[in-house]
Design a binder for this molecule. Structure first.
Ligand code: ADP
Ligand code: MG
Length: 594
């Protein structure tokens, strides 16, 4: 597979061989199943072809007067038996081949899912959730269709048309040549119509995605919508989207409605030719009446394969396009490599981060987010301040190994961070991001994320240290309260403190808090900070904050501006010499004194 580190995976165009390598191992793995399925399919085709022969026998016997009720019954019985065998065989190939395509889909889906979980933050900066979901549903099902129904239809069409043509030519070559004149037209018609059908169907799916995304978005931002009394407008927009969806569906129905009549029309045009010229052959006794009937039945058997040719080329084309998109996702590699030799976490008593002339630029452009940072983050509490956009969060993201760092710029416990796997470093850090992330589940589950086996006491103790225990116990279901999507039922401050409790419970040697106390009032913030100090005594703590009161409780403060450290020292020292710090102090004076 191509390596496309740092490059947009949308650009690569794999050749057919590379693409097929994604699915051929699955074909090989299930080859026995597939073989039996295909044999059953051929069996069905073969048996179907014998039916006209019985018909011919019956009709000929009737025509020359040799038929009696017994011989007719035998012929009828043979047809019935053949039909029953066909039914059984058809069941076999359906379960075997369609079952295979479902398995193939499952294998690709699992691979895609685990691959996506391996990806790092730059990948998710580039691909939206909606986009990934579309790959995981539409593209996978297009591949499944091509490998299931597509394969069946192709094999079926090939065998059926070949055999039907063979038998027809056996009866009369000239009549066969006349009969197939309209057939290519049928293939072309189906190809055009099913191409249109697919295109419109894609459109309908897109419209459906828009509709559901709109509904989802409305539910998620329902407070905002109510707050700005946007309900009526949302309803109108939703109705418009719904109307477009229905209109799209109607267009699909029109084409679907066209497809069958058009193909029957073309088929019947062929029948007209056969009736005229074949009838003449019967009259001149070149062929028997039975031959004539059998010929017509074979001809009907040609209609479906001709339609299938058009349909299958479409299916395969779509399958390949989708497979290309899946390939691109799978070919994307994380910028941070997980398989570094020293995969194990550092085992030392003190965990110290060391930045040496640290420069950093986001993979997707922009200028330097950090420029020449020299900094040691060791045991004790380090405060980080600076205006928005100064690079505080970027520093936290680099320490937690969310973005790649060039060698020689960032060290952890004496080693270049690139010598460790990202997970090895992350597993040593409790990290609370600027926007606290809660998942659907109970409060207890959210707090004990890092340690699902944590006891109730441990969970409660962490919540107490994060000063949120009382508020949780005041809820009806207490720690078993289910938090809806994105924590809709909690206040901003509650979410932040639950995220802090989670970090405290994880109890790792390093704690990084990125401005995650901002929604708390000064007093609660002090309580939480006291809890952090108790739990993380003599450990390595970094807190981003713009609150003077909190910064005054740290051991050292650095001030960032435009990705550089512009000042550092104790709270007192900075009050004396940093103009940024002084202006912050003036603005917050009233509040801190109160
Ligand atoms: N994912 C990203 N991709 C590109 N640029 C980013 C990204 N996140 C932040 N930046 C840029 O990096 C700079 C520092 O941002 P950030 O570290 O979030 O600042 P702070 O946390 O101090 O407010 C800003 O100029 C911001 O626009
Ligand atoms: Mg920030």
């Amino acid at each position: 597979m191509h390596s496309i580190k740092g490059e947009s995976p949308g650009k690569i165009r794999p050749d057919l061989r590379t693409l097929l390598r994604l699915i051929t191992p699955v074909f090989r793995r299930y080859r026995r199943r597939l073989l039996i399925g295909l044999l059953a399919l051929l069996g069905v085709d073969f048996l179907q072809l014998t039916i006209p022969r019985y018909l011919k026998k019956g009709v000929d016997a009737l025509a020359d007067g040799s038929a009696d009720s017994h011989s007719l019954l035998v012929i009828g019985g043979c047809i019935l038996l053949t039909a029953a065998t066909i039914a059984i065989l058809r069941f076999c190939w359906r379960t075997l081949i369609i079952g295979f395509s479902r398995r193939l889909e499952k294998i690709l889906r699992n691979r895609l899912f685990s691959h996506i979980l391996e990806m790092d933050r730059p990948f998710f900066d580039r691909h939206s959730t909606g986009e990934i979901m579309a790959h995981a549903t539409n593209d996978l099902s297009a591949v499944q269709m091509a490998c299931g129904m597509g394969m069946v239809a192709a094999a079926d069409a090939l065998v059926m048309s070949g055999a039907a043509l063979f038998f027809m030519a056996h009866i009369s070559l000239s009549l066969t040549l006349i009969a197939i004149i309209p057939m290519p037209l049928l293939a072309v018609c189906t190809r055009i119509l099913s191409g249109k059908l697919h295109k419109r169907f894609d459109l309908v799916q897109e419209q459906f995605a828009l509709l559901t995304e709109f509904a989802r978005n409305t539910m998620v931002s329902i407070r905002l919508i109510k707050g700005y009394t946007r309900e009526q407008r949302q309803i109108k927009e939703f109705e418009a989207l719904g109307a477009r969806y229905v209109a799209g569906n109607l267009k699909v129905a029109v084409i679907q409605g066209l497809l069958f009549p058009v193909s029957t029309l073309v088929g019947n045009a062929g029948m007209l030719l056969v009736l005229y010229f074949g009838g003449k052959l019967v009259i001149s006794t070149t062929i028997t009446l039975g031959d004539f009937v059998a010929f017509i039945t074979y001809m009907y058997m040609l209609i479906w394969p001709m339609m299938a040719v058009g349909w299958v080329t479409n299916l395969v084309q779509r399958g390949l396009t989708s497979l290309t998109r899946i390939y691109r996702l799978l070919a994307a590699e994380p910028l941070l490599h997980a398989d570094v030799e020293t995969g194990t976490a550092p085992q030392v008593s003190s965990f110290v981060f060391c930045c040496r002339d640290l420069h950093f630029k986001y993979p997707d452009g922009g200028g330097n987010a950090l420029t020449g940072l020299d900094l040691t983050i060791g045991p004790g509490v380090l405060g980080v301040a600076g205006r928005t956009g100064s690079g505080k969060s970027t520093l936290c993201r680099l320490l937690t190994r969310q973005y790649p760092v060039e060698p020689g710029m960032l060290f952890f416990s004496g080693h270049d961070v690139n010598e460790y796997s990202p997970a090895a470093v992350r597993s040593r850090i409790s990290y609370v991001s600027q926007q606290p992330v809660l998942f659907s589940g109970t409060i207890a589950e959210n707090i004990s994320l890092a340690d699902p086996d944590a006891s109730t006491e441990e969970i409660e103790q962490a919540a107490r240290l994060a000063a949120v225990h009382d508020e949780i116990t005041a809820m009806a279901d207490q720690y078993q309260t289910r938090i809806g999507e994105r924590g809709l039922r909690l206040s901003g401050g509650q979410k932040q403190r639950i995220a802090i409790a989670r970090a405290l419970l994880a109890d790792r040697p390093v704690l990084i808090i990125d401005d995650a106390l901002s929604a708390l009032d000064v007093e609660t913030e002090q309580l939480v900070f006291a809890g952090i100090r108790t739990k993380f005594q003599s450990k390595t703590v970094l807190i981003v904050s713009h609150r003077l009161k909190l910064l005054s409780g740290t051991d050292r403060v650095i001030i960032l501006d435009q990705g550089k450290i512009v000042n550092q020292g104790s709270h007192r020292e900075l009050l004396a010499r940093s103009s940024f710090y002084q202006s912050m102090a003036e603005k917050q004076q009233g509040r801190t004194d109160a």
